[in-house]
Design a protein around this ligand. Structure first.
Ligand code: CTP
Length: 394
């Protein structure tokens, strides 16, 4: 892909060098357009060496080749990183006073702005209004993060890391094969009340469900996340329905079952709940050192939606197993038969595995128990492979 990589004058320009490097390594043809101020932070030879393409910054360089038009026109994607408050304002106003802003006016490709500035500048109503205008025009805004800024100060305004920029680029280049499709994804762990201040829960972080939601959004789907307890942010663009308890998750999923083209049950749902949750805080028992909680089984949401009569949507389940190898597959096959879903993502869990971690080891089975894909890597990659399967099937 041919990428126009705009760089504005902020200290984060030094991190943009690494983003360009990653994009070049991924095989993209990157054309860097720094503003004059960007060159005060990172010089032209660096951009040329890293991008492996000639770099110009002035409107009046090589006028005969009409560069102020051609660079923008030929781009398949435009990234501006760092996007300072100044370049954001100039882009909103449609100014064309340097090669970067004039290229932005010409480009018809998708545009990603990666803001970086001090917290006060980011929070200023002028910047916020400008960001909203860019969003309304269809520009993607990536970040900013909260963290250390240029000096010792901390706050919102830090540019996202180069790896995140590279990932966002890959996502924006994904095929839009799920436009018009609605995908419901349950994510995170459910909790069950013991008393008003205590609950039973599990270690699920929601990372896998959120990664699937991000992938489905990148492919153009309408995404609804039914969220249990999550340790991660939900992606912009997804509708989020909070469902902390199994019963609320069940109601939410059931109410969406008709409109969903696909339901992906990535949530770790409590199999049991206290039979009689206390209405007042449980007191430490005065007699003896035991407290017995009686648990009753929760409904199996995946099995219920899979066995709905006359269903036409695709249903994907997850299996968390502490086994490995053939035993893991056998457990997976038994589970898909029992639950009645169309695809099952079987993964190994346990100490140091899957829950809360970025990498995982999964096998995807179809309804006949056949292996359709295997992934050993980041949850983002699992999401990509799973959504490939979903896109094939719906
Ligand atoms: N699931 C569900 N409702 C439940 C329990 C689980 O919908 N009450 C879903 C999960 O979201 C997941 C799948 O069922 O997609 C498998 O969950 P898992 O915990 O692996 O299986 P269980 O049915 O709990 O079986 P077991 O604990 O015996 O392995």
């Amino acid at each position: 892909m041919r990428i126009l990589f705009g760089v504005a004058g902020g200290i984060a320009a030094y991190k943009a060098v690494q983003a360009v490097r990653l994009l070049v390594k991924a095989g993209h043809d990157v054309h860097v357009v720094p503003t004059a101020n960007a060159l005060r932070f990172v010089g032209l030879p660096t951009w040329e060496a890293i991008s492996r393409n000639p770099v110009s910054t002035e409107l009046f360089d090589e006028v005969s080749r009409v560069r102020h038009v051609s660079i923008g026109e030929q781009a398949d994607l435009v990234v501006v990183a760092p996007a300072t408050a100044d370049v954001i304002a100039r882009a909103v106003q449609g100014q064309a006073d340097d090669l970067l802003t004039s290229s932005l006016l010409v480009a018809e490709a998708p545009v990603i702005f990666v803001p970086a500035m001090h917290s006060q500048m980011w929070r200023h109503p002028a910047t916020q209004a400008n960001i909203q205008t860019l969003r309304d025009r269809g520009v993607s805004i990536l970040g900013p993060d909260v963290g250390q800024l240029t000096g010792d100060d901390q706050g919102i305004g830090r540019m996202v890391e180069p790896e995140i920029i590279a990932e966002a680029v890959e996502r924006s280049l994904r095929p839009k094969d799920l436009v018009g499709r609605t995908i419901v994804i349950s994510a995170g762990g459910t909790r069950e009340r013991v008393d008003p201040v205590r609950f039973l829960g599990n270690d699920s972080s929601g990372k896998q469900g959120v990664a699937i939601a991000e992938e489905a959004l990148a492919r153009g789907a309408e995404v609804i996340i039914v969220a249990g307890h999550l340790d991660v942010h939900t992606p912009r663009g997804a509708e989020v329905i909070k469902a902390r308890y199994t019963e609320s998750m069940r109601q939410a999923i059931e109410s969406l079952a008709d409109e969903a083209d696909c339901i992906i049950m990535a949530a770790a749902i409590a199999d049991y709940r206290p039979a009689d949750p206390a209405s007042a805080k449980l007191k430490k028992s005065q007699e003896g050192s035991e407290l017995n909680l009686r648990l009753i089984a929760n409904p199996d949401i995946l099995a219920e939606i899979s066995h709905r009569s006359g269903r036409s949507n695709l249903i994907v389940g997850f299996a968390a197993e502490t086994a490995s190898g053939d035993e893991l597959l056998e457990l997976g096959r038994a589970k898909i038969a029992r639950k009645g879903c169309d695809l099952l993502v079987v993964n190994e869990v346990g100490e140091g595995k899957t829950f809360g971690f970025d990498d995982t080891d999964v096998t995807i089975l179809d309804a006949e128990g056949q292996i359709v894909a295997e992934v050993n890597g980041p949850k983002r990659e699992v999401a990509e492979v799973l959504i490939d399967q979903v896109a094939l099937a719906i």
